[in-house]
Design a protein around this ligand. Sequence first.
Ligand code: F6P
Length: 535
Amino acid sequence: MNDQLSTLSRQWNQSLRTLFERDSDRGSRYVAKGAGLRLDYSKHWVDDAVLEALLRLLDECHFSAQRAKLFSGERINSTENRAVLHAALRAQSTDEYGIDGQSVMAEVFQARGDTYAFAEDIREGRVLGSTGETLTDVVNIGIGGSDLGPLMVSEALKPLIDGPRPHYVSNVDGAHLHDVLASLNPATTLILVASKTFTTQETMHNAMKAKRWITEALGDQAVSHHFAALSTNAEAVAAFGISESRMFGFWDWVGGRYSVWSSIGLSLVIALGPEVFGRFLDGARAMDQHFQKAPAKDNIPVLMALLGIWYRNGFGLETLAVLPYEQRLHRFAAYLQQMEMESNGKRVDREGAPVNYDTCPVIWGEPGTNGQHAFFQLLHQGTLICPADFILTANPTNTDAESHALLNANCLAQAESLAFGKTEDAVYREMIEHGQSESEALRLAPHRTFPGNRPSSLIMMDALTPENLGALIAAYEHKVFTQGVIWNINSYDQWGVELGKAQCNALRPSFDSGDASAFSTSTQETLKWLLSQKP
Ligand code: F6P
């Protein structure tokens, strides 16, 4: 943050209550719209002066030029020398994306066509299991970006599933694969091994076990009928025993956490059909266009990013709560955790120098109204201030209007209560009116007071359609990009996950030998204890 913003945040002393009292248009002025989404950011600690200063930050960071680099396929992932072109995956024939002057469109359309054709073959019963039975269930084995996106979207769009049922296995904990396979019939199950690298320990371990599950039931020749791979690593896919015709590829310029739009989404294409999946891509494309064309002051991802920077760097707020008032978005916060925290959880800048400011906050959340009965106590009365993104839809999908009105009333009531609270005086008067004694009212009033002034966004859409879901995800993707530009960090590598992986590889043999002398005494003693508990 620049000096002007630091000064503004130090001097900031306006409450949300005052801001609304002073400006009767605040609820309509602090709103941005685009790609089917409406962002109400009126309940934030901003006024016009703050917004102007935040918008100026963009110029200081050469934001427009950086955004142009993203969309023109420059290798902005400098530590891996890769372009970042997931937007190309939702392109239409009139769009153009390329890297080093080479268009990527032909291969994108070819790959999309291949996944659509395969999905249609399964949905129409032209591709069958090894015994000639229809494939009724699809198990996606992947982790991180090769799991969270498809899983989250399959839950969000559940009412539109009209093809084989999708299932997801990610954890190396054998219980996960066991519990999913327990209810499935190998003869009618297709396994998708989803891994960009095709080397991820958990995925390869689970894939090998699934292979045994298939071959033990149906014989070795069944592998070619019951497996497909979603990967960029053709060699490893072949070594696993999956033929080229069953490998659906993508490219190194698609980051794992940005890959739901690629062949990693195959489980969705099979379950929902190409038409619905295409609508999902179209929604994201609409947000790509909004992000590139809308002026910064009306630009949803840019505003979301700037608000995040304001709280993180101006006030040291450490978290962002993501609170969808849509049960079907119950995995959305988990999905965003990877997208935001793996992207912007960085401690050095693009040149490798340690940053002297804070970067990504902790992203967390649960759907409303459940969260209200769990952690909202802290949001309302705790000592931490947690800015929140409330996500809501005007209309329900496959449920009744009465429940939906109640759901949305809860959402607005929470945002309103967080913002405006309830004074000790009002609490006291209310208790007296209800017949409480004065001493009792005085004793309880502090406990029942809501300080308010707790900021939140309302992110809304007409309904949870494939288009709107695509736009919502893309809005967060572009928010992450914008924050990465402002923080001058590389949002597209993830070296921070490597040390733990290497340590695990080094430690695994100790579970057989009992010798963990290369590790700390804590690990040695823990291993000793774990082994002593074996039956
Ligand atoms: O956790 C690290 C990570 O590389 C993520 O970025 C990625 O989404 C996940 O592992 C899975 O990787 P892969 O698709 O290569 O199996």
